[in-house]
Design a binder for this molecule. Structure first.
Ligand SMILES: [Fe+2]
Ligand SMILES: [Fe+2]
Length: 155
């Protein structure tokens, strides 16, 4: 699988996880705290913080510089701005969810509100990448670059 296919697949995976996140938050709103919800959130925490950050970093370090170099007005600057917003929301989830998990009910809105916002922001961001940035990348990257191993830049 090449880099762009990999990034596209990760987008789909994040959308599913963010849907699960929103469903879980709705479940907590209706039913209150519960072990099932906490278990689900525990499983989502790393993918939607550490892994999501690594995904953005792969785009920033590998993909975006090549697009900026080869195409004017490629919207890369906008994508980078959106990454900052997404990172801030993801960071709030990662920072405040563990406190709520340990019993601090006051921390709830501090992670749940950003988490719901993250879903919307990520969804519109990844649509722009899927529909504009990635098709552009397929045109301007060399076949060898597109075939770069997906492990490029991974931890
Ligand atoms: Fe991105
Ligand atoms: Fe992306």
């Amino acid at each position: 699988m090449n880099l762009i296919d990999q990034l596209t697949q990760e987008h789909q995976d994040y959308v599913l996880k963010l849907t699960t996140l929103a469903d879980t938050i709705e479940g907590i709103r209706v039913n209150g705290r519960g072990d099932y919800f906490i278990q689900t959130l525990d499983e989502l925490l790393n993918p939607l913080t550490v892994d999501l950050d690594a995904h953005a970093k792969r785009e920033e370090d590998f993909l975006f510089p090549r697009l900026t170099e080869r195409t004017p007005n490629s919207q890369v600057d906008l994508m980078i701005e959106e990454h900052q917003v997404i990172r801030a929301l993801s960071h709030d989830f990662g920072q405040w969810y563990p406190l709520w998990r340990e019993g601090d009910d006051g921390a709830y809105a501090r992670w749940a509100d950003p988490a719901l916002d993250l879903r919307g922001k990520f969804s519109t961001h990844m649509q722009k990448e899927n529909l504009i940035i990635f098709p552009l990348a397929r045109r301007v990257l060399t076949p060898a670059e597109i075939d770069q191993l997906v492990s490029w830049g991974s931890r």
